[in-house]
Design a protein around this ligand. Structure first.
Ligand code: NAD
Ligand code: TYD
Length: 359
């Protein structure tokens, strides 16, 4: 891996992945972050990386994966040998309100990347297209059972359907054209730099400001939570040791009901930043802010991943324990005030204009 094109590198997991790869002693190559900068793209996630590596080993291209010319130009200019494809519309609630962008970016965009890399790489050796996907493609579980790599697809939201379609296209390019692909399907991530529309950062930031903590339905839906750096290490392991054409499930083996997560965040906040000293709380406790709201339409009940394949075959395992990592995550959102402020007031979207030297 000399020149890695990371699509969606300004998003939550993509930016953590870029930081992770640069921290690996055995990586000496370049990373080209190709990102459209939608509302979810935030270059402030990578300020430290820009300062250290920009124009030497880190490059940024503001581009849309649906723009074939821009994709082709990037592949050629930077002699890309590896693509790690994160770019997507990623939020289920937004996909319910407006599915069109999900179809465009997640399906059409993935197709354009596949076709362009196939044309560019032809039969060259040592190339790889790694597709980052979700466990949501498998549908919803009852109280028992786990998603395995062989579980039939049964997506139920516009988001998961569009990701399922993209997974099928990636495998089709492997089977039909011999494109060197790997696929990973991962459970819910949490950690630093997550856009506060997803459950964990939304609850932390709302609680700190004394706002309601919305819980959909009865709060008993279950997700399997994985710390983002563990997802990054799993992808890195697949890039190094994964077998071409294979799919690997990645999970935290850490199932929690949503209500448990929200109560845990409230109790940790009482320890780290007591409500009695928080002027926004006005003599309330954090847990008093919990509010049950109307359920999400078609809300999947339970996700749980069987990740024994990547553990056994590639020797990966999670390094972070939930209790410790959620505490660190809360502290991160408390201590990174300027990141939170610019996400809230929208000024993160002007990052490139303010930092001309990185354009
Ligand atoms: P995110 O929404 O935080 O970031 C997505 C990034 O993609 C943004 O930087 C955005 O600007 C960029 N992007 C969107 N459309 C684009 C386009 N047309 N062209 C170029 N860039 C575009 O998402 P995330 O949570 O970091 O998720 C990254 C990937 O991981 C997605 O493919 C998602 O399906 C998958 N995934 C996420 C989770 C999770 O818990 N967040 C779990 C499993 C898998
Ligand atoms: P989310 O972070 O949107 O991830 P996903 O839908 O991809 O799993 O939601 C995680 C869970 O939390 C999901 O069951 C929906 C629920 N949820 C709430 O109860 N309230 C909220 O405000 C949000 C954003 C999510």
């Amino acid at each position: 891996m000399k020149n890695i094109m990371v699509t969606g590198g300004a998003g939550f997991i993509g930016s953590n992945f870029i930081r992770y790869v640069f921290s690996q002693k055995d990586f000496k190559g370049k990373i080209i972050n190709f990102d459209k900068l939608t509302y979810a793209g935030n270059l402030e996630n990578l300020t430290d990386i820009c300062e250290k590596y920009y124009d030497k080993r880190y490059f940024f291209i503001k581009g849309d994966i649906c723009d074939r010319k821009a994709v082709e130009k990037t592949l050629e200019k930077y002699e890309i040998d590896t693509i790690v494809h994160f770019a997507a519309e990623s939020h289920v609630d937004r996909s319910i309100l407006g599915p069109e962008e999900f179809i465009k970016t997640n399906i059409e965009g993935t197709f354009i990347l596949l076709q362009s890399s196939f044309n560019f790489w032809k039969n060259s050796k040592n190339t790889r297209f790694h597709h980052v996907s979700t466990d949501e493609v498998y549908g919803s579980l009852g109280p028992k059972g786990y998603f395995k790599e062989t579980t039939p697809y049964d997506p139920r939201s516009p988001y998961s359907s569009s990701k399922a379609a993209s997974d099928h296209l990636v495998r089709a390019y492997s089977h039909t054209y011999g494109l060197p692909v790997t696929v990973s399907n991962c459970s819910n991530n949490y950690g630093p730099y997550q856009f506060p529309e997803k459950l964990i950062p939304l609850i932390i930031l709302n609680a700190l400001e004394g706002k309601n903590l919305p819980i959909y339905g009865d709060g008993k839906n279950v997700r399997d939570w994985l710390y983002v750096e563990d997802h990054c290490s799993a992808i890195w392991t697949i890039l190094k040791k994964g077998k071409l054409g294979e799919t690997y499930n990645i999970g935290g083996e850490c199932e929690k009901q949503n209500i448990e997560i929200v109560k845990k965040i409230c109790s940790l906040l009482e320890e780290i930043k007591p409500s009695s000293k928080n002027p926004f709380l006005k003599s309330k406790k954090y847990s008093d802010l919990i509010t049950f709201v109307k359920d999400r339409p078609g809300h999947d009940k339970r996700y749980a991943i069987d990740c024994s394949k990547i553990k056994k075959e590639l020797g990966w395992k999670q390094a972070y324990d939930f209790d410790k990592a959620i505490r660190e995550t809360i502290k991160w959102y408390i201590s990174n005030e300027s990141w939170v402020k610019s996400v809230k007031d929208g000024s993160y979207r002007n990052w490139l204009n303010k930092n001309y030297s990185y354009r």
